[in-house]
Design a protein around this ligand. Sequence first.
Ligand SMILES: N[C@@H](CCC(=O)N[C@@H](CS)C(=O)NCC(=O)O)C(=O)O
Length: 220
Amino acid sequence: MIEVWGRRSSSNVQKVIWALGELGLDFKRHTVGGSFGGVRDAAYLKMNPNALVPVLQDGDITMFESNAIVRYLGARYGEGTLRPKEPKALALAEQWMEWQQLNVVPHISVIFWNLVRSPAKQRNDKAVADANSKLADILPIADRALASAPWFAGDRFSFGDIVLGVLYWRYSCLDCKKPDTPNIKRWLEALKQREPYQKWVMVQAGHNIAEWNAHEKAVG
Ligand SMILES: N[C@@H](CCC(=O)N[C@@H](CS)C(=O)NCC(=O)O)C(=O)O
């Protein structure tokens, strides 16, 4: 059976378990990382020397890096579904996955860490304002792409929707000013109809550090 190591509250773990859910694959998950620890144990470091989650084990493959894991799952179990078969759709899915990771994730992460994961006294308001202003420039790029197609790869959901799908849920729950992106809004509503997204991603992570800590413990 496929095994995944990583706490459910981790966005990078969520990419993997959401992808597994989309593929209808059973898996066993081990809760490690964050307040649960375990990522510096010798046995874990053998699987992921970075001491980070997630790790995936499937037969003779043990691997880390969430986006690479999602790509592996697509190649092995989701040819034509999670991983588009047609070269143009595959190219678009790959393009947007890279773009989301490099351009959007860092800024949403800054906002999330400051507003939710840090005690109020340590909040860096300037960093939050800078990240918000960068997102106001960057998110319209994704919005324009979604004006001509329902999903990032075209007509069908694919792994090109996974990276932003996880982070955008968090962002949508945050109390901060957001750019007007009607096509992203429609895309998010479509994601919300997907059962694996509801199960693994649409979890309220809280609005401050106390709520986050309670959330992390509760979801495991
Ligand atoms: N590039 C890595 C980043 C992994 C990462 O930063 N994971 C975070 C959680 S989202 C982590 O392990 N933090 C330490 C912990 O949870 O103990 C990936 O995409 O898998």
